[in-house]
Design a protein around this ligand. Structure first.
Ligand SMILES: *Cc1c(COP(=O)(O)O)cnc(C)c1O
Length: 356
């Protein structure tokens, strides 16, 4: 053989996922927490790694029992550890869910615009993707009807949604659960940023064995580099995932670092409060300058009012060293909430670019 064998036919048209990782002074494009771990948290993480370093000749606890207990305690809602499951980022959680509940001959559905990894991981796991739609305000008031019509095996509901920032009401999620013949996965990657009074779908878990709520330490927990995602669901869902997870998928180091970060949770959660305040100010500022802004319960804001020009505005901001994201509907851009200094730079550059 003289050439590399050709890749699976259904992958040929794909390109690798990638928000640009550009070397720019102000990076507001991937919804990370801008506050690096404090020296105290850094020391706790280093200590945790040191404590397990002497055991690295052995495989990790493949069921991550202690970590799942810590995650259950963090989530509250009376959840026992058997209802928790953890993996390398919530992307791996989504992959495991689709491997177990999707796959050849099965379908998964989401409501676009939403998180692009849901259709992408569906495709890679040979799960047919069914594209649902949102209502005019980017909400899901029509979703349950679409689910009843299409009967997908897996439904994704991103709340707060990425890229729009909008959160769903429990009534909407309840109706989707009642309408779905299969699994309903509520992706709550941004749950900690929700405004006061906006409830988590975790409260709906009792009595709903088809509901799965996924979370991540990549956003609020300021631990994107740790790669730790998790879910809460019926214990039978967790049992099913044991069939598809790779043996020892979660390294001893990952488990130890995640547990150390959970033990110091007050620190990242204090930054969450600051980021929520900064977000609300940003929404007011954008609206005050005549831009259209979607309500945000996340650590980013989708703003618009420049149909046909969003690529130009995005590029003009990048030329001035502010990197935001151009992944939403036509005429909209998404900006991650950063530090006060970064947001000042964003406001100054946007003012200049748009002539506000
Ligand atoms: C960022 C994000 C994730 C996080 O993925 P990780 O693999 O945990 O880093 C999951 N879902 C949504 C909607 C996101 O925006």
């Amino acid at each position: 053989m003289t050439a590399v064998p050709s890749v699976r036919d259904d992958l040929k048209a794909l390109s690798p996922y990638g928000a640009p990782q550009l070397d720019v002074a102000v990076q507001l494009n991937t919804n990370e927490n801008p506050y690096a771990p404090s020296p105290r948290l850094q020391a706790a993480v280093a200590e945790a790694v040191k404590n397990v370093a002497g055991t690295l000749n052995r495989y990790p606890d493949r069921d991550a029992v202690d970590l799942r207990k810590d995650l259950a305690e963090y989530l509250g809602h009376g959840l026992p550890a058997e209802r928790l499951w953890a993996a390398n980022g919530s992307n791996e959680i989504i992959q495991q869910l689709l491997q177990a509940f999707g796959g050849p001959g099965r379908t998964a559905m989401g409501f676009e615009p939403s998180y692009s990894m849901h259709p992408l991981i569906s495709q890679v796991t040979c799960t047919r993707w069914v594209e649902g739609s949102r209502d005019a305000g980017y909400g899901l008031s029509t979703a349950a009807g679409q689910v009843r019509a299409r009967r997908p095996d897996v439904v994704f509901v991103t709340s707060p949604n990425n890229p729009t920032g909008t959160a769903e009401t429990l009534e909407v999620i309840e109706e989707i659960c009642d309408s779905a013949p299969g699994l309903v996965v509520v992706d709550e990657a941004y749950a900690e940023f929700m405004r006061d009074g906006v409830p988590s779908a975790l409260t709906l878990l009792p009595g709903r064995p088809n509901l799965v709520v996924t979370r991540t330490m990549s956003k609020a927990f300021a631990a994107a580099g740790t790669r730790l995602g998790y879910l809460a669901a019926d214990p039978a869902v967790v049992e099913s995932l044991l069939l598809v997870r790779l043996p020892y998928h979660l390294s001893t180091v990952t488990q130890a670092v995640a547990r150390a970060a959970l033990a110091c949770k007050d620190e990242p959660l204090a930054t969450v409060q600051a980021l929520r305040d900064e977000r609300d100010q940003l929404v007011d500022w954008l609206r005050g300058h005549g831009l259209t802004v979607a309500d945000s319960d996340a650590n980013f804001v989708m703003f618009g009012g420049f149909a046909g020009r969003d690529a130009d505005v995005w590029q003009a901001m990048l030329d001035r060293n502010v990197l935001i994201r151009n992944n939403g509907p036509d005429g909209w851009l998404r900006v991650t909430v950063g530090t006060p200094e970064e947001m000042e730079a964003f406001r100054n550059v946007l003012t200049e670019v748009l002539g506000l």
